[in-house]
Design a protein around this ligand. Structure first.
Ligand code: NIG
Ligand code: FE
Length: 387
């Protein structure tokens, strides 16, 4: 088979011989008449991967929390003792724009090397109008870089309540100051809320997402990461784009989510880093419920490798490799559509030319290199990038 790409679009998918004839490609390959010809020598090609949930931009070092968890402290206890999100917020506020941009650049290069061609990036480590807008602005600058994956910026001011402020006062600030400023800035495409017992409750999440929708933003949620707080049902009733973690979400809520077109976003990096059990993904397949897989890149879980997530699921949780690939491509693209409005996460004519060339003849190899990259090259919006 051959794939013809024009600019950033897949133009044609055909039998190789007819393409060679149609474009009069000489058998030495190379560039002829403005057409670059790449003979992949039988290597497998899979869609560009879509990372539908990351906390891309932050600064600081939370590594002592690895030890604290092993010494028995919970996520909530670490947060209460001055660690957790609040410590990242302090370090992020103190970091310069250039520092945050440079870290973001390096992280996105790493994501691209492991096949990510599109990535959702949340703010949420600023928690003031100024600092949240700054994180979104830096995401926007990174999005302008043609050699990096394109971004879906999400405003997540409701990630935590800043130190020294009451929940009521912060809710008021979110609704009356942050959200209008974010809408006016025009960079964020979605809003996300950490809907979890101990953080934002169902009523607060409802109010934040209702106003976000009215401001023209798509809706996303963190639900049931540590306990079932009813976030799955709320996600279904609000018909959000994706409800993520969903670790403690009961099956009836997952079914309601699917019936309302809400993607379930599993984030295996969190249980990997935090020492919990794995989500029961195979019951999703039995029930016919689609799900996506994302990295949840954050200070606790510092990997941007979707092949690693796939490997965890396939080799540790009995997930079929095709399900893992579906979860990081077409399903992730459903909750995180390309800004152009064209299909991505799939190989179709008229789709965005985002493709990964597997370093071997079989696509299953994407799950077999958790510590390196299974890809020898990525085509990013039409540009051929060797790894
Ligand atoms: O999705 N749970 C909320 N947010 C992140 C982690 C935030 C943090 O610990 O810094 C998550 O896991
Ligand atoms: Fe997250």
């Amino acid at each position: 088979m051959a794939i013809v790409i024009e600019n950033d679009e897949i133009k044609n998918i055909k039998n190789s011989n007819s393409i060679v004839e149609e474009y009069s490609i000489p058998n030495d390959g190379g560039v002829h008449g403005g057409v670059a010809y790449h003979d992949l020598q039988g290597k497998a090609v899979v869609p560009g991967l879509v990372d539908a949930h990351t906390h891309l931009l932050w600064s600081g070092d939370r590594s002592p929390e690895v030890r604290q968890r092993r010494e028995g402290l919970s996520y909530a206890e670490i947060a209460a003792s001055g660690g957790g999100i609040q410590s990242t917020v302090s370090a992020t506020r103190a970091a310069s724009d250039e520092h945050l941009f440079r870290d973001g650049y390096v992280r996105l290069r790493e994501a691209l090397r492991t096949g990510t061609t599109y990535l959702e990036a949340k703010s949420g480590y600023g928690l003031t109008v100024k600092d949240e807008l700054r994180l979104l602005e830096i995401a926007h600058r990174l999005d302008q870089m043609t050699e990096l994956p394109s971004l879906h910026p999400t405003w997540m001011g409701a990630h935590d309540v800043p130190k020294g402020q009451t929940k009521e006062a912060y809710m008021h600030e979110l609704l009356s100051k942050q959200l209008p400023a974010v809408a006016e800035q025009g960079i964020a495409r979605s809003a996300d809320v950490f809907c979890e017992p101990g953080w934002f409750d169902l009523d607060e999440t409802h109010d934040l997402l209702r106003d976000s929708k009215n401001a023209g933003l798509g809706l996303r949620m963190h639900v049931d990461e540590f306990a079932n707080g009813g976030g799955g049902e709320l996600a279904a009733s609000l018909r959000v784009e994706t409800a993520d973690h969903a670790y403690h979400t009961p099956m009836n809520a997952r079914k309601a989510m699917a019936a309302n077109d809400v993607m379930t976003g599993f984030l295996p990096g969190t249980p990997y880093a935090m020492g919990d059990g794995w989500p029961d993904m195979n019951s999703m397949v039995e029930e016919g419920i689609p799900y996506s897989l994302a990295t949840d890149f954050n200070p606790n879980c510092q990997t941007l490798s979707l092949p690693f997530m796939m490997s965890l699921m396939v080799q540790r949780c009995g997930v079929h490799p095709l399900e893992a690939l579906r979860a990081t491509t077409v399903n992730a693209a459903k909750s995180t559509p390309h800004v152009s409005g064209r299909p991505h996460g799939c190989i179709v004519e008229g789709g965005v030319a985002n493709l990964n060339i597997v370093d071997g003849p079989n696509w299953e190899a994407v799950t077999l290199r958790p510590t390196g990259t299974p890809f020898c090259a990525t085509i990013l919006e039409g540009r051929f990038i060797s790894h």
